[in-house]
Design a protein around this ligand. Structure first.
Ligand code: ADP
Ligand code: MG
Length: 394
């Protein structure tokens, strides 16, 4: 399975695997994984997130078949599935093939006629580590299937379609961020996304800046349940604010002043969950502005404040993540560090001076191991392009 230091395979290798497996003359597409730089639990409040696509990704190669069958091979799993083109399961089978088949299902629901095909998936996004291998598989598959069907679709529509595949077919309740950034990411840029309107703007990440993603290797079992609790708390707080200001449809519409006036009507935990989201929205937009004006110090301060808010107000951090962030803050070359993702473990994201990124990653690993006894996986990456077709010779 994909490891931290696995390189992205060459597109020519993917084409070669495809030709050996199926013959045919494949076209190859690549979609990236992602990391969220700031904006946590703001998506369902209609707010802002700021992810970057990364140079870990998944290829999907595709060629037409004449025998009326569909065959999908995952080089990572060294395993394939095959169905008659019109006998594809209409719901999940709890297998990795749910992801590409979910996209096929969603496309057909949109009326896109996809003929019989062979597909190979091959990538280096570590699975389930929080870098969104699932969205990279979906979006790469979507580009490949759209190409085969000779159909056009806007990037935002592709992102929505892939989200639908994951929600309704795979059965995982994710927001739009992962699929959106996989579609719309740009090299050397983060992307500020308004999760309600889906308007976005790119924010430049200078060339001398690298991203170091540090996997704490823990995911506390409370994560699933607490996610639901947090959503309910946020809804409870929003309802209280809405009694005073009916135009607050989602918490994203509320201001710090609203919370100052009416927060005392909420239980303390509810007030703090709301405070995290309201301030996080402001920080996320400010972080995009900081990048736009080249103010990396400000970006780092906002990331530090975001971590404190996530830890103390939203109470979604954990001891290991706090150790990882504190260790990063003591190392040379750090611009900003925080826990990224849904919380209770997972990865921290570190924005660092590229010049010292290798040493930074090594020291972070050592300090984390000394403090916790856990061997972290570290992924060094750069802000990269969104999904695209690639030359087979590449
Ligand atoms: P994440 O998106 O955070 O990596 P998920 O649990 O959402 O984790 O998605 C991981 C799943 O996506 C894997 O278990 C597998 O089913 C599917 N997947 C990811 N990459 C591949 C691949 N290269 N080939 C086949 N399936 C893949
Ligand atoms: Mg996923």
């Amino acid at each position: 399975m994909a490891e931290s230091n696995d390189k992205l395979p060459a597109a020519s290798l993917v084409a070669e695997i495809h030709e050996n497996q199926f013959g045919g003359d494949p076209r190859v597409f690549l979609a990236p994984g992602r990391v969220n730089l700031i904006g946590e639990h703001t998506d369902y409040a209609g707010g802002f997130v700021m992810p970057a696509a990364i140079d870990f990704g998944t290829f999907a190669s595709i060629s037409a078949r004449r025998d009326g069958r569909i065959e999908i091979w995952s080089q990572n799993f060294k395993e394939g599935v095959t169905y008659g083109a019109n006998e594809v399961p209409q719901k999940r089978t709890q297998h990795w093939s749910d992801y590409p088949l979910g996209v096929l299902w969603a496309l057909r629901k949109e009326g896109v006629e996809v003929p019989a095909f062979s597909m190979v998936l091959h990538g280096n996004v570590p699975l389930g580590a929080g870098l969104s291998s699932s969205a990279s598989v979906e979006v790469a598959s979507a580009l490949a299937l759209l190409h085969l069907a000779d159909a056009k679709m806007e990037r935002t529509a592709i992102a929505k379609l892939c989200q639908k595949a994951e929600n309704a077919y795979v059965g995982a309740s994710c927001g739009i961020m992962d699929q959106f950034i996989a579609c719309q990411g740009a090299e050397d840029h983060a992307l500020l996304l308004d999760c309600r309107s889906l308007e976005f703007r790119l924010a430049p990440i200078p060339r001398h800046v690298g991203l170091v993603i540090a996997n704490t290797m823990v995911k506390h079992s409370i994560a699933g349940g607490e996610y639901g609790t947090r959503r309910a708390e946020v809804e409870e707080g929003t309802a209280i604010l809405r009694e005073h200001r009916p135009e607050i449809a989602l918490l994203r519409d509320a201001t710090p002043e609203d919370l100052e006036r009416w927060g005392s009507e909420m239980p303390d935990n509810v007030m703090r969950r709301c405070r995290h989201i309201i301030t996080e929205n402001l920080r996320t937009v400010a972080a995009a502005d900081a990048l736009a004006s080249g103010n990396l110090k400000r970006l780092g301060d906002l990331m530090a404040a975001a971590h404190v808010s996530y830890r103390d107000d939203f109470e979604a951090s954990c001891e290991e993540a706090d150790i990882m962030v504190a260790a990063a803050q003591s190392l040379p070359g750090l611009i900003g560090a925080r826990l990224t993702g849904g919380g209770f473990g997972g990865c921290t994201v570190n924005v660092v001076e590229e010049e010292v990124a290798a040493r930074f990653a090594e020291q972070l690993r050592e300090e984390y191991q000394a403090a916790t006894g856990i061997q972290a996986e570290i992924y060094r990456c750069h802000a990269s392009a969104g999904a695209h077709a690639v030359e087979k010779s590449g």
